[in-house]
Design a protein around this ligand. Sequence first.
Ligand code: NAD
Ligand code: IPM
Ligand code: MN
Length: 347
Amino acid sequence: MSIAVLAGDGIGKEVVPAAIACVDAALARHGSRVDWVDYDWGSDLYLKTGRMMPVDGIETLARHEAIFLGAVGLPEIPDTETLWGLLIPIRREFRQYINLRPIRALDGVPSPVAGGDDIDVVLVRENNEGEYSEIGGRSYRGRPEEEAIQVNVFTRHGIERVARYAVGLAESRGGRLTSATKSNGIIHTMPFWDEVVAEAAAAAPGVALESILIDALAARLVLDPGRFDVIVASNLFGDILSDLAGAIAGSIGVAPSANLNPERQFPSLFEPVHGSAPDIAGRGVANPIGAIWTGALMLDHLGHTAAADDLTTAFRAVTKAGVRTADLGGTATTDQVSAAIVAELAR
Ligand code: NAD
Ligand code: IPM
Ligand code: MN
């Protein structure tokens, strides 16, 4: 199996090698391996060539079984260039319409909120449409009539497929599905979202659906994190809830994500939830757990389930044993955390 590696920018370059070492160690326990193929795409390439990836970048990635990404974004380049030049085209061209973001508390990592140690949620984020549409633009720059317009695109097909996926996941877990909505506003999209999600949930008698307004949901996640099981959300709502839930679990540095093309027509993309963290980049102190956990999601997706389970057990044990980076109150470096997990897997 061949994995395309896009370490990208900032701490992406630090957490990706740390995660690869752990994934390799987990596979080695089962006599397996994968081929990692590095692509030095991202902001450095942009500064040299004006492009985040080569013109045939998508075709190149299509030849791999999966894509493993660190993060993209540099303070000196507008995010619109870096994100629309690499991350967003990958998600869209490869129809990765599910962004799966599990959030579970780790032993030894205190939550900043009461009850946060009980959090065990899977966030199912719509990943191809919604508020992240290409339609809109800016005009009259610098003039008094300057304006920016963003058109939200919600299709029945788009809502149905993410809702069905979330319903299926809820059926395989605790049977509780929460849908993030905003149908009390004057926006047209959310009543439509509610209807289609309700239809999908009605097809599964074992699933109890609750739709909660996004503002109230944000508050309830903080006040009572243990009550949630599967949350389905639109692209932007899911983006915001994933950092919130990650912080409740202790740090956004531990949060993993899988951008899935469930039909497996195209490679799926695996990346931690966090970004390039320019404020700590280059110091070797970034938490690699988000990227390592992401590696476990990738192994699972590729059918290496035993290696995925071993990797998960190992990083949880190492965190519990107190080998933690500064965001979790520890003093370990990125490489020390990774080395401890590799050692745990070699036992
Ligand atoms: P960020 O996630 O990079 O950082 C937010 C805060 O969390 C920072 O204080 C950072 O130090 C901390 N943090 C993040 N990851 C951490 C880790 N692994 N260990 C310890 N601390 C960690 O978000 P931001 O600062 O809003 O964005 C920075 C850049 O990253 C921007 O250009 C943004 O567009 C980009 N970004 C990219 C992705 C991606 O590539 N998938 C995701 C989010 C943000
Ligand atoms: C994420 C990130 C991206 C998103 C940005 C960098 C475009 O925040 O993966 O959560 O909003 O999807
Ligand atoms: Mn985000």
